[in-house]
Design a protein around this ligand. Structure first.
Ligand code: 0O2
Length: 236
């Protein structure tokens, strides 16, 4: 941390040697606006995380179980934002970033059961301050490599000192099995310089693992349904 601070201080002084006052002011302005925008995305993450924590709390009270296993969130890194803007052939400006990227604020909700994913998604989308921008159901329609998750791109208001801002965020909902698969696939994808034959074989094996993990999710869901039915009839 201190190293980063020292390095940016050094960079600033080096730049100051070559730049006039106007350019330095412009640079400071960009840096302040970037910090402001990133802070707004952090606020959006807090808002959405709270909504899910509230839902989890209420379900555990009413239905005696927690639908959420874990909540994770992340702010997309500047390198990753830069890569995505390059890939989309868009200018690397704050306006273009805010307009075109919807996953700078990312919230991941990991559940034990598939049904809970859809139940939580419905509960979130019913809230009157949430606007659904896009829904990608990779559970019902897995990606070719086997990736499964429900993605919701939403807009959420954040309330600042004197203004309200609408921020976009990506909510990914998945089961523990989907999370396990996606994490391993992500790690293996970044292994470089492997022979083509191994890459091909690995893709096949990952796809088979994805199929098995979907089967496991379906079985766990069935077991839960049977238990809940039995529990319901025992009470009635
Ligand atoms: P990171 O590290 O999570 O930021 P779009 O965003 O609509 O322009 P994109 O990126 O294809 O297009 O959107 P999509 O398909 O909804 O995927 C966005 C995110 O879902 C990815 O973010 C991953 O987190 C996750 N994801 C999608 N496909 C896969 C996959 O095949 N494997 C794994 N492990 N994760 C996946 P980022 O930006 O790639 O990464």
């Amino acid at each position: 941390m201190t190293d980063t601070k020292e390095a940016s201080g050094l960079l600033y002084h080096k730049l100051a040697e070559f730049m006039n006052d106007e350019s330095i002011q412009a640079l400071q302005q960009i840096s302040a606006s970037t910090r402001d925008l990133m802070s707004c995305y952090r606020c959006a993450i807090m808002e959405i995380e709270t909504k899910f924590r509230v839902l989890n709390e209420r379900f555990s009270l009413v239905h005696d179980h927690n639908p959420i296993d874990t909540i994770q969130s992340r702010l997309k890194s500047p390198e990753s934002i830069h890569q995505k803007m390059l890939r989309k052939q868009l200018p690397f400006t704050l306006e273009a970033i805010e307009e075109n990227l919807s996953d700078i604020a990312g919230i991941r909700i990991v559940c034990s059961f598939v049904d809970d994913i859809y139940m939580l998604a419905d509960c979130l989308l019913q809230q009157d301050d949430i606007t659904l921008i896009e829904r990608k159901d990779y559970i019902k329609h897995p990606k070719e490599n086997g990736y499964r998750s429900l993605h919701l791109i939403v807009e959420v208001p954040i309330f600042l000192q004197n203004e309200k801002r609408l921020m976009k965020a990506e909510v990914q909902l998945r089961t523990i099995a989907m999370e396990f698969w996606a994490n391993l696939e992500h790690q293996l994808r970044y292994k470089k310089d492997l022979p083509a034959k191994i890459v091909e074989k690995t893709a096949e094996r990952l796809s088979e693992c994805a199929r098995q993990s979907a089967e496991l999710d379906a079985r766990m869901q069935e077991i839960r349904d049977v238990i809940e039915q039995a529990d319901g009839s025992a009470l009635s």
